[in-house]
Design a protein around this ligand. Structure first.
Ligand SMILES: [Zn+2]
Length: 352
């Protein structure tokens, strides 16, 4: 295990320290920083690798999903063995990252990031990086960052196109002002319909990572301050100056927030982007041992590890159950159908 003795520190990060705007002082700031990466799919895995190698001292990685073979084409931290073992992405990622840099602290959270779970994850973070795949979570993160004065490093990729922006409370408008509330309802074109290329992911993650390093090393005046959208297939690059905070916005401006009406309870089903999957969250945690018994008795093939349990309901449908009470219903993108399957197949009383 490598230690951060002065000598090793200087050697490990020597090429970064020699880069004048970072230097010893910047490197020390990185090691004293805490970054939260939400979503550890394509963007998140790449972001996590950049920050780990750069030496960000404390990394928190949160993801609700597990590794599948279709991820391997672009999610750089995962191996075939991770998909075979159905490891949660946060866990599989943390394991690889610890092998890259044992001198930093990495926490993996296998959880859905929502308004109920975000609080402790974001507490004490210096920066939040967007590795998510949906507008609803991005808006939640933007709102939370602006409430706490934390920069939000937005990124998104579809096909061969990527876009990114650094949203800084007090300096730039928030994501809600840039993409609008209605985006939360539907994401338009997704990687489901347009596919996604690995090189476009890396390009976008690089845009996010470099701005994060600027911010965390105290080079705030070097922040790009723009919204960049690139099409790497045709090669075109568009850059728009980010607007200032909007007076009339209750998140980035000075208008007080209206009391928001929360839609649905915790078990409200959510369709996951590009996955033919609906996530249902129960009020209660799930006991995986009990569930394994239950679904075996129903005659379902069951695969499990210490983090999750998969039950093959039919050739087309399966449940993936997590101890935190979440169920991924795979094989449908229809919330109604997912709820029907849950009602029919879960033990009585599991779904309140
Ligand atoms: Zn705003």
């Amino acid at each position: 295990m490598l230690n951060h003795t002065a000598e090793r520190f200087a050697d490990r990060y020597s090429r970064q320290i020699r880069f004048a705007p970072i230097g010893q002082e910047g490197q020390r700031k990185l090691l004293n920083s805490t970054a939260l990466i939400v979503g550890c799919g394509a963007l998140g895995a790449s972001l996590a690798q950049h920050l780990t190698r750069a030496g960000v001292g404390r990394l928190r990685i949160a993801d609700r999903d597990y590794v599948e073979p279709s991820n391997l084409q672009r999610q750089v931290l995962f191996h075939e063995a991770d998909a075979l073992a159905a490891l949660p992405k946060a866990v599989a990622a943390a394991e690889k990252l610890r092998g890259m840099n044992s001198g930093i602290h990495i926490d993996a959270f296998v959880t859905d990031v929502n308004r109920h779970t975000l609080g402790p994850l974001i507490e004490g973070a210096d920066i939040v990086l967007d590795g998510t795949d949906n507008a609803a979570t991005r808006l939640l993160l933007s709102d939370a960052c602006y409430e706490r004065g934390i920069p939000f490093i937005y990124g998104g990729v579809t096909g061969a196109e990527g876009m990114s922006a650094v949203l800084v409370p007090g300096e730039t408008a928030c994501l809600r002002c840039l993409i609008g509330d209605e985006e939360a309802g539907g994401d338009g074109e997704s990687c489901d319909t347009a596919g996604v290329l690995s090189a476009a992911v890396e390009f976008t993650a690089s845009l996010q990572a470099i701005e994060s390093v600027k911010y965390l090393t105290g080079n705030r005046s070097a922040l790009r301050g723009s919204w960049v959208a690139a099409d790497l297939w045709r090669f075109s690059l568009r850059e728009l100056q980010l607007p200032k905070p909007s007076e009339s916005c209750s998140h980035c401006g000075t208008t007080p927030a209206e009391t928001s009406i929360h839609v649905g309870g915790p078990s409200y089903p959510v369709t996951l982007c590009g996955r033919d999957t609906v996530q249902v969250t129960l009020d209660e945690p799930l006991e995986l041992d009990r569930m394994r018994e239950w679904f075996s008795r129903l005659g379902c093939e069951v695969v499990s590890n210490r983090y999750l349990m998969k039950a093959m309901l039919s050739p087309d449908h399966r449940f993936v159950l997590f101890p935190d009470g979440r169920i991924l219903v795979q094989g449908t993108s229809d919330p109604e159908e997912a709820m029907r399957l849950c009602r029919r197949l879960l033990p009585a009383g599991a779904l309140r």
